[in-house]
Write a protein that binds this ligand. Structure first.
Ligand code: F6R
Length: 611
């Protein structure tokens, strides 16, 4: 979704803004813009362009044209008003002296706009953001902070704002409510950014703005205020991500790089948490009393993170015998969930900023649940609002389609299931040991799957022309199919559905005809015979079957399926962790052959910060 960068300091601002925005491109956007203070004319120079950031950057010769050391920049993902130059940010007030960049939605913008129009204020865009710029000017009487504060009492919704005023060019004002915004500190000056990747080249010293906080950035530092405009001391933390982690490093696509990084990401996530034959969570614990009293577990997430939850449900219920419900972040609030103080609510999110997941978290907290989140981005909103956090340590994930974050979330949730079972005494010692050693084997076995990627590429070449694909499987394989199907459709634009195999006969099988491609998942040994029956069933209706199974079952599957992708045998607990890799590769190669924009699929954003 929208990306914000702001800088005030001792360097030329525009190149820093454009470079920072290029680091935020992965979030998804449709237009871009910058505003800088032009010291010669005493005005704001605002430049905006629909389309790729490169268009804007070319127009400004990489920022060299704009001689200024203070400015704000933005990549816009359209909500109010179509993507266009005029609707791009920065949005300016009627005099052009106040410029605003915004991520989020101002929910009461129509009402505020009507008020301003009645006062004779002319509007030029269809955006909700213009209301903020116009309203600040309406209240401005020489004190920008006071005007911003009055506006904040009137606007409703979710927002991160960067505000520049030609009358006070020695400052940028930043505001955050339910939208990510971080502050960066360096010798060069002060920064704001939607996420840390935008400013990593300049600083690793950051602080995270809290909801309702206002920051005033100057060349010498940053002052912060709470909702009541009382000064607050911000903790400055050092980010341990490397700039190289957020670069392609010779790979054609971030997605492919991130697929290939998975074994290392799993090592980073899991190895420190298995010590001397035990699962050890240094960063987290649940009291014995809570664990004993725990009656129910909810897993709440969106998209691929939700699919992790679908696998997690099977693991948790099997291992702990505690009932688990998996809920979509966007549905949770509206389903009157049964949560009390004996409920563990596991919130899963790569970005830690997904608004629907965040809203679900808040609802679960209101109802008294204990919130444990599994998050990748350190210091993100979800991490900060949870009772406890387990970080996945996957490093920055740039491709819109998640791969290494999914894998680390899944491995961590599997490890958590095992840990809980150990605390509850519901797992026999022998099984516990077998599962622990499977975790140690996982990265190596992932490497083995990745080393055979040519065979997946070959299958992709055979099937990339299909217009509709079904993923079928039972139990763990069904949950795995949900992710395989999403991965394929989001980046290749092929219509694809995931079905629990047993459901085929209840309707879907009518869609199977000569040449329909069915990806049949049969990795779960316990249900392999059933998986085979379903393959026979769809073959009999003319389907082409591309199967996925383990080395153990390869031969049997080859007799019936048209093509077989194989993963090494591993303990059931980690079958989905291994099985997802060929499905990610299949989706990647299919999208590549169809010429799709793999890292930035149409209409999608990396971090979904609107409802
Ligand atoms: C799909 C994908 C999305 C995210 C979803 C939740 O490849 O990446 O479905 O999983 O938007 O995002 P997070 O995990 O950041 O809350």
């Amino acid at each position: 979704m929208c990306g914000i960068v702001g800088f005030i300091g001792n360097e030329q601002a525009a190149p820093i803004l454009l470079e920072g925005l290029s680091r935020l491109e992965y979030r998804g956007y449709d237009s871009a813009g910058v505003a800088v203070f032009d010291g010669e004319t005493g005005t704001l120079a605002v430049h905006k362009a629909k389309g790729r950031l490169q268009v804007l950057s070319d127009q400004l010769h990489g920022g060299a044209d704009l001689n200024s050391t203070v400015g704000v920049g933005h990549t816009r993902w359209a909500t109010h008003g179509a993507p266009s130059d005029v609707n791009s940010h920065p949005q300016v007030s009627r005099s052009g002296r106040i410029a605003v960049v915004h991520n989020g939605i101002i929910e009461n913008y129509a009402e505020l706009k009507a008020f301003l129009v009645a006062q004779g204020v002319p509007f030029t865009s269809e955006t909700d953001t213009e209301v903020v710029a116009q309203l600040i000017e309406y209240f401005y009487e020489g004190d920008l902070l006071a005007a911003v504060s009055r506006v904040l009492h009137r606007i409703e919704g979710a927002y991160a704002l960067g505000i520049l005023c030609a009358d006070c060019p020695e400052q940028i004002i930043a505001v955050r409510k339910d939208g990510p915004l971080i502050l960066g500190y360096s010798q060069e000056g002060s920064f704001i950014a939607s996420d840390v990747t935008a400013i990593l080249r300049h600083t690793r010293q950051v602080s995270y703005m809290e909801d309702g906080e206002v920051a005033v950035l100057t060349r010498d530092g940053i002052r912060c205020y709470n909702r009541l405009m009382q000064p607050v001391e911000k903790e400055i933390v050092t980010v341990d991500w490397e700039i190289n982690d957020a670069e392609k490093g010779g790979y054609e696509h971030f997605m492919f790089k991130e697929i290939m990084e998975q074994p290392d990401a799993i090592r980073r996530c899991i190895s420190p948490r298995i010590r001397e034959g035990e699962v050890v969570f240094e960063d987290f614990s649940l009291s014995e009393n809570f664990i004993k009293a725990m009656r129910r577990i909810y897993i709440v997430a969106c998209g691929s993170s939700y699919h992790v939850g679908m696998v997690g449900k099977y693991h948790l219920e099997r291992l702990t015998r505690i009932p688990v419900e998996v809920a979509l972040g966007s549905e949770f609030r509206y389903m009157d969930p049964i949560v009390d103080e004996n409920t563990l609510v596991i919130v899963i999110s790569q970005s830690g900023e997904t608004l629907d997941t965040m809203a679900a978290l808040r609802e679960a907290r209101r109802l008294g649940g204990h919130i444990l989140s599994i998050v990748n981005v350190v210091g993100s909103s979800i991490a900060r609002e949870s009772d406890q956090v387990l970080y996945t340590w996957a490093g920055p994930e740039i491709a819109v389609a998640t791969t290494k974050a999914y894998s680390t979330q899944l491995a961590l949730l599997s490890l958590l299931s095992l840990w809980l079972a150990r605390q509850l005494n519901t797992v026999p010692e022998k099984d516990y040991r077998a599962m622990l050693s499977a975790f140690q084997e996982l990265p190596g076995k992932m490497e083995e799957v990745l080393s055979h990627r040519d065979s997946i590429q070959y299958f992709a070449a055979q099937y990339f022309n299909h217009n509709s694909i079904f993923f079928i499987g039972r139990n763990l394989d069904y949950a795995l199919g949900l992710e395989g199907s999403l991965k394929l459709k989001e980046i290749s634009y092929i219509h694809s559905e995931a079905y629990a195999s047993g459901e085929l006969k209840h309707g879907t099988i009518s869609l199977i005809e000569d040449g329909t491609l069915v990806v049949a998942l049969g990795t779960y040994g316990t249900l392999f015979a059933k998986a085979m029956s379903n393959v026979v069933e769809v073959k009999a209706r003319g389907a082409d079957v591309l199967a996925l199974t383990t080395a153990n079952h390869r031969e049997e599957m080859s007799h019936t399926a048209d093509a077989v992708m194989v993963i090494p045998d591993i303990h059931d607990l980690l079958l989905p962790s291994l099985g997802v890799v060929p499905l990610q590769l299949f989706a990647y190669y299919v999208a590549l052959m169809r010429g799709c924009d793999i890292d930035k699929p149409r209409n999608l954003a990396k971090s979904v910060t609107v409802e």
